[in-house]
Write a protein that binds this ligand. Structure first.
Ligand SMILES: Cc1cc2nc3c(=O)[nH]c(=O)nc-3n(C[C@H](O)[C@H](O)[C@H](O)COP(=O)(O)OP(=O)(O)OC[C@H]3O[C@@H](n4cnc5c(N)ncnc54)[C@H](O)[C@@H]3O)c2cc1C
Length: 458
């Protein structure tokens, strides 16, 4: 048994009292806090890092704003966020893609400023550099959280809490049933992103368009690379050649994402199987291993991929991105069957279309399955089974391992965050527990504020 000590009981200062508390300032949390804000309500967003954005800041494109039929399925506040980025030249158009359905390239630095601007405009109170370490509960009801910071341990009391931590930290502490990974606990591996500059992107584009036999792409036709921003997923034969020549490459596919700058490419190719972000020893070991993978990957790109001859490493993302960890078991658990059958739900609070995209927990590859059109996101996937006054939005919402491989993308997390925030705002004003939010009212508010729901307009 582990050696233990008993911590002395202590009195904890109540730092803030608020109506709605959002924990975690990533794509889901930013939207949740903005959506909850309304006249007469106090909304507080807390974040452990010194900036907002979560995975929006690590060099990823936002996937899935468009559906398989080309129509836009994520609108509302997420689109307003993109509009603000675009106004400062920090986001491109939503570009259709055969493999990713759609991609929206964003500037990871501008995200931080735009998130602050949006939250300030909505009147949200922001507190950074505090880590949510525990919850305050009365019976089954969450009454607030315990935070840890340079000031020590303090309490924040709230009528409703929204867990947008990605890892479901609040829900886990509150005793909500949580699951991790597939039947064997295998989770999608994380990646430490990095960017290269000085890339001749036109040479890369030309190689794919004119020599597709040599420069293979998964599913995507070469014409897709003729214009505009793009993501490569392929060059499998180049990786085999590089490995035969002694390069250590942890993935089967070369994933490269054009940046906002013309000579910039973000590289999504490190991979550390078996990492668990809820166990610091594991996350630390994974982060160190990923950092050590970068030199060989960049050498591979320079030696085997057209356009990289004069490129250099420009930035390494501020942290290794986590694809999968805890998800809650909620009132409804979204499944791959729901996604692939384009299922409708009466309590739909969002719509998504991204494929079931599983980076295998072992080995070096990935499997993808697409739905024909798009699927609904039910309100019940935000609501924990037993604990009340708590919603869980983002990649830790209630879904199976396979379903989260689709709904984890940032457009969907933003839509789930918006729905959770609006539900919290409505329920506090109606003086009912958030799990009992009037869903018809929620859907009406979502529609009237610009969100997309397939069977709305009631
Ligand atoms: C390598 C990689 C590639 C991906 N590729 C894409 C892609 O190309 N396009 C796409 O759309 N999606 C992609 N995804 C998926 C997507 O990035 C995530 O699923 C999504 O960002 C999850 O959003 P979230 O708001 O739930 O969580 P996060 O983005 O993880 O945000 C959580 C926030 O909560 C904060 N936090 C966590 N715990 C606490 C705590 N206890 N107290 C206070 N604050 C806390 C964190 O600091 C963070 O800011 C990728 C993910 C990874 C890892």
């Amino acid at each position: 048994m582990d050696k233990t000590i008993i911590e002395p009981q202590r009195t904890v200062r109540v730092k803030r009292e608020t109506d709605v508390l959002v924990v975690g300032g990533g794509p889901a949390g930013i939207m949740a806090a903005c959506a909850a804000a309304r006249k007469g309500l106090k909304v507080l967003l807390i974040e452990s890092r010194g900036y907002l954005g979560g995975n929006l800041t690590i060099g990823l494109p936002i996937l899935g704003f468009l559906g398989r039929k080309g129509n836009q399925v994520i609108k509302g506040l997420p689109q307003k966020f993109i509009d603000r980025l675009r106004a400062r030249g920090a986001a491109c158009e939503h570009k259709p893609c055969r493999l990713h359905v759609s991609l929206t390239i964003i500037d990871p630095e501008a995200v931080k400023t735009v998130a602050l601007e949006m939250l300030e405009a909505a009147g949200v109170d922001i507190l950074m550099y505090v880590f949510c370490a525990d919850v305050i509960k009365e019976g089954d009801a969450v009454k607030g959280v315990i935070i840890e910071s340079k000031e020590g341990r303090e309490a924040i009391l709230a009528k409703t809490v929204i867990d947008c931590t990605g890892d479901g930290d609040v829900a886990f502490r509150a005793g909500v049933e949580c699951r991790k990974g597939d039947a064997d606990g295998g989770m999608q591996p994380p990646t430490l992103m990095f960017s290269m500059k000085g890339v001749d992107v036109q040479a890369l584009r030309d190689a794919i368009v004119n020599h597709s036999d040599e420069y293979d792409m998964d599913v995507m036709p070469p014409e897709q690379f003729r214009d505009g921003k793009f993501i490569t997923v392929g060059f499998r034969n180049r990786i085999l050649k590089a490995r035969a020549a002694g390069y250590s490459i942890p993935v089967a596919r070369t994933i490269l994402i054009t940046g906002i700058a013309d000579d910039e490419i973000w590289v999504n190719m490190t991979r550390v199987n078996g990492t668990d972000s809820t166990v610091p020893d594991s996350y630390t070991a994974g982060e160190i291993q990923a950092l050590k993978q970068i030199p060989d990957i960049s050498r591979y790109l320079k030696d085997f991929i057209p356009g990289f001859g004069n490129a250099w490493i420009d930035r390494v993302a501020p942290f290794m991105g986590i694809r999968e960890s805890r998800v809650i078991v909620g009132k409804y658990v979204l499944t791959a069957e729901d996604i692939l059958s384009c299922r409708h739900f009466d309590d739909a609070v969002g719509v998504a279309s991204y494929p079931v995209d599983i980076h295998h927990s072992t080995g070096d590859d990935c499997t993808m399955h697409w739905c024909e059109d798009c699927y609904d996101l039910p309100f019940r996937m935000l609501v924990p089974e037993k604990v009340c006054n708590l919603l869980v939005a983002g990649r830790c919402s209630s879904m199976t391992h396979e379903a989260m491989a689709s709904a984890r993308v940032m457009s969907t997390c933003m839509a789930l965050g918006e729905a959770a925030g609006r539900a919290a705002g409505i329920s506090v004003l109606d003086n009912v527990p958030v799990s009992e939010t009037d869903v018809r009212k929620l859907r009406r508010e979502l529609l009237s504020t610009g969100a997309y729901l397939r069977s709305g307009n009631e």
